[in-house]
Design a protein. Structure first.
Length: 259
């Protein structure tokens, strides 16, 4: 049975970040995810999770200079020391939040280097981080992003991510399958999910093409949840931009939260 995590970076933005935990719990969620916790004290975040009985499903390693357009550096040659420091910072937060999944963003390709250099850097960095995280039972996620929203991102296709996970060869590195990005770049989602199978480490959803509630747009999510049930049993992150208010748009998830 599909179970859902509220993405607090995109949902409940009507209230300040620290108040979103309460709103997610009141709406019936028992897990949350968000992009970045680093502006906040990990103890205060852990307290919000505990007060509201929420599980932290996922968050991202620091992405570099987000406002300048950076989207991580796991695959960027020359940024290895920064990647490792960021992985260590994220691990400290993951331990404080008892979070078992952390997303390592690959980065926007650097035109000074060819594909092979990026790929080798990505594999080395991910192996290093996976070994660091393994003793804590934490899985690192890698996520393909569509090239319309994030041009130049190192990773755009799901099976490319699967092939990289196999090359990285660590049991605690998996693919974060965001069905919004996957539909834009790959399509044929029922078959894709089956093909990816055990490599799926986390799932996120939104409508296509506008990234709103999954109840609209070109995807039939009730069907996709049934397909996912056969291959994945973790939380599904609700990573979408509410078309109106968050609460107004939650009708689609109520039947699942009530079960
Ligand atoms: O954009 C997405 O999709 C994500 O899941 C983020 O973690 C990366 O920007
Ligand atoms: Mg995503």
């Amino acid at each position: 049975m599909a179970k859902f995590a509220a993405n607090l970076t995109m949902l409940f933005t009507e209230v300040p970040f620290m108040e979103r935990f309460a709103h997610a719990a009141d709406a019936g969620f028992d897990a949350v995810e968000f992009l970045f916790p680093y502006d906040f004290d990990s103890g205060e975040l852990a307290e919000q999770l505990a007060i509201h009985g929420l599980e932290q499903a996922l968050f991202n390693m620091p992405p570099g200079n987000w406002d300048a357009g950076e989207r991580g550096m796991a695959a960027i040659p020359g940024r290895e020391a920064e990647f490792r420091a960021n992985a260590e910072q994220a691990l400290a937060y993951a331990l404080a939040l008892n979070c078992k999944k952390v997303h390592a963003m690959a980065g926007i390709v650097d035109s000074q280097y060819d594909y092979d250099a990026h790929r080798a850097t990505f594999i080395d960095n991910l192996r290093w981080a996976a070994d660091l995280y393994a003793e804590h039972g934490i899985t690192i996620q890698i996520e393909p992003l569509n090239d319309r929203d994030v041009p130049g991102y190192f990773l755009a296709h799901q099976m490319e991510a699967v092939e990289l996970v196999e090359a990285i060869d660590r049991a605690n590195v998996k693919v974060q399958l965001d069905l919004y990005h996957a539909q834009i770049m790959d399509g044929d989602l029922s078959r894709l999910i089956a093909q990816m199978g055990q490599h799926i480490g986390h799932v996120q959803i939104a409508s296509v093409p506008e990234r709103h509630e999954p109840s609209e747009g070109e995807l039939n999510y009730p069907h996709l949840f049934e397909v996912l049930d056969q291959h994945y049993d973790g939380y599904i992150g609700c990573e979408y931009k509410p078309r109106h208010s968050t609460a107004f748009g939650l009708g689609w998830v109520k039947p699942y939260l009530a079960k």
